[in-house]
Design a protein around this ligand. Structure first.
Ligand code: TRP
Ligand code: SF4
Length: 371
């Protein structure tokens, strides 16, 4: 393949994560691990398949947590450590902090100009989150505008793919709709619409245009397969339930947490046979343990050949093994905080450069320009 073909074949990937504090196994299996795989994917000739951008969405934290930012700074640091520990590599990915690329906010404002309120009000998370987070006052402009900010995060880098979990897919969909509207408004020849008597007529005309320049290409969602990952209480692993196993938990902590994890409730005594199909411990085995261990655990459970403590011990072995290289990298970065700063400085520098390219196109297309 020629150099030129290679670069056209290389697709751009972008994703972000809110700084919620130290990341847990659910964050890892549901997102980070997938990002690392995308970063490391290569063509047959060994060249990278994707140009990757991954960022810490610190500004997004304010959409719900504006009233208390006391933990933001430490959370950002912890997530940065987790990104690098998990294997994101600044040589292969651009890793940065959202607030250090201020074009996110400029594009957010720009897109806000063209986004109908009705689109934002019908985003499923809008009402859901207001219901679920009753203790917070989410009747704010910023919270309603969350999907616009996320669209700006994405469109700023003109990516081909956005890897996210199912919960974020509607946000990528609205990103596509906003991009389409922007492109029709500012990327089509306006002559046809110039006779229109109202915005409505003009928009209708512009939406019919076929010859549209893709200033902001519509990105595609890359759904991250998310295995069922229960926490120690059997509910979905989530920081808000306090049932997590952290990527940074020491081995003794991992073993202790798993020891108290809920099991098949029908298996009361050691001599009772159990049912792995209804046991959250076994759900974790399916994610982390080898086929042999899974078979051994399932058989031992059904025949009461093993006790739950032993079964959990095997699971802990697998989890500890998965996390060993992550924790080794974490130790390195914890001992060398200057390395982390240098990586994020460089990431911001690169991201700002790429963002500037898009912003020039955006400003020029809109007509915010003297020339
Ligand atoms: N909204 C995402 C979440 O809560 C985080 C996010 C912000 C994001 N901007 C993004 C993800 C852009 C992908 C692309 O998980
Ligand atoms: Fe669950 Fe394992 Fe106990 Fe069976 S033996 S109930 S799979 S923890």
């Amino acid at each position: 393949m020629s150099e030129e073909m290679k670069s056209t074949a290389r697709k751009r990937v972008l994703s972000g994560m809110r700084p919620t504090g130290k990341l847990h196994l659910g964050n890892y299996m549901g997102a980070l691990k997938n990002w690392v795989e995308l970063q490391n994917a290569t063509f047959e000739d060994g060249s990278p398949k994707y140009e990757c951008y991954f960022f810490i969405a610190d500004f997004h934290a304010l959409t719900t947590d504006y009233a208390d930012t006391s933990e933001l700074r430490v959370n950002i640091k912890q997530v940065a450590l987790d990104f690098l520990s998990a294997g994101l590599d600044p040589k292969r990915s651009t890793i940065f902090l959202q607030s250090e690329v201020q074009a996110h906010f400029v594009l957010n404002d720009m897109l806000g100009m063209v986004t109908p309120l009705s689109w934002l009000e019908r985003v499923p998370t809008y009402k859901d989150q207001q219901e679920q987070l009753k203790e917070k006052d989410l009747a704010t402009f910023g919270f309603l505008g969350y999907p616009v900010l996320m669209s700006a995060d994405i469109l700023l880098y003109q990516p081909d793919f956005v890897p996210v979990g199912l919960d974020q897919a509607p946000h990528v969909e609205i990103t596509r709709e906003i991009a389409r509207r922007f492109n029709h408004l500012y990327g089509s020849k306006r002559t046809a619409a110039n006779t229109a008597k109202s915005d409505k007529e003009r928009l209708a005309e512009l939406e019919k245009s076929t010859d549209v320049r893709e200033i902001l290409p519509e990105p595609r969602v890359l759904l991250t397969p998310s295995p069922k990952l229960p926490g120690t209480d059997g509910r979905k692993m989530s920081k808000s339930y306090g049932n997590t196993i952290l990527l940074s938990d020491p081995e003794s902590e991992i073993r202790a947490k798993l020891k108290t994890m809920v099991t098949d409730p029908a298996r009361v005594r050691r001599t009772d046979p159990g049912n792995p199909d209804v046991c959250p411990v076994f759900d974790l085995h399916k994610v982390f343990s080898s086929d042999e261990v899974q078979t051994q655990a399932a058989e031992g459970c059904r025949t009461a050949g093993i006790g739950c403590i032993q079964c959990k011990g095997w699971l802990a072995d697998a989890v500890v093994k998965e996390l060993a290289p992550i924790q080794e990298r974490r130790r390195h970065f914890e001992q060398n905080p200057d390395d982390v700063d240098a990586i994020l400085d460089d990431g911001a520098f690169r991201a700002n450069g790429r963002a500037a390219v898009t912003m020039r196109q955006v400003f020029s297309a809109v007509g915010l320009s003297r020339r």
